[in-house]
Design a protein around this ligand. Structure first.
Ligand SMILES: N[C@@H](CCC(=O)N[C@@H](CS)C(=O)NCC(=O)O)C(=O)O
Length: 214
């Protein structure tokens, strides 16, 4: 059995950031497929791992973690990579990770879900409009922050970068053309050029979905 086990599925940007961290750090890890679209995160055995009913979950020996931000922090500490080198950096990484979870991926994740994975009869144009507004507002903050800088927090990539990219390699699935977001595009290309980078659909199991989409 691998040292780390990540409960995940290919369409999950929340899981992607942790899978990417495991890959970038050369960790010995394996994905454990959660059949999310068929209720896999609501089954008793999954809820026993994470009472929040959310993917991802990371297992490392007897340590079981939920919340990707916690996992990134844990892995930075365990591997000595992508972590802070000062108290100021630690606070900045935390600040952007919380913002990402709440505003950036916290808006894009449900937007993409509404647009791609919810059965068409259940999609709601008002909800999509609302989430799209929030997503674009957050992307504007990101685009502005990346103006004149290569990485989110430091002069090197940190877990703040890995957190924020969660859903941004799926932009065509929520109808965003990165040509209009040059700083974001250049930053995504920089991350994709790091050794070990893989697209989420190549890194985690479950793509393509049997019925199409994602
Ligand atoms: N802040 C959490 C978000 C996790 C999350 O929302 N995961 C989605 C799958 S990508 C989920 O499990 N959603 C379950 C639900 O909305 O009920 C994290 O970063 O781990």
């Amino acid at each position: 059995m691998s040292e780390y086990r990540l409960h995940c599925f290919a369409q999950s940007g929340n899981a992607y950031r942790v899978a990417l961290m495991l890959e970038f750090t050369g960790s010995d890890w394996e994905p454990v497929f959660v059949d999310f679209f068929n209720g896999g995160a609501r089954r008793p055995e999954f809820l026993a791992l994470n009472e929040m009913g959310e993917v991802p979950v990371l297992e490392h020996g007897s340590t079981v973690l939920s919340q990707s931000g916690v996992m990134l922090d844990y892995l930075a500490e365990k591997t000595g990579q992508f972590g802070p080198q000062s108290d100021d950096e630690r606070r900045e990484i935390l600040r952007w990770t919380i913002w990402d979870n709440q505003r950036l991926c916290g808006s894009i994740g449900p937007l993409r879900f509404q647009m791609n994975f919810l059965p068409e009869a259940k999609r709601n144009a008002d909800v999509i409009h609302f989430l799209r507004g929030r997503s674009l507002a957050a992307m504007k903050v990101l685009e502005g922050h990346l103006d004149g800088r290569d990485w989110m927090v430091a002069d090197r990539p940190t877990t703040a970068d890995l957190s924020c990219v969660g859903y941004l390699y799926f932009t065509e699935e929520f109808d965003v053309d990165l040509a209009a977001w040059p700083n974001t595009k250049a930053w995504l290309d920089r991350i994709a050029a790091l050794p070990g980078w893989k697209h989420p659909y190549d890194l985690m199991p479950g793509h393509p979905l049997p019925g199409g989409g994602g």
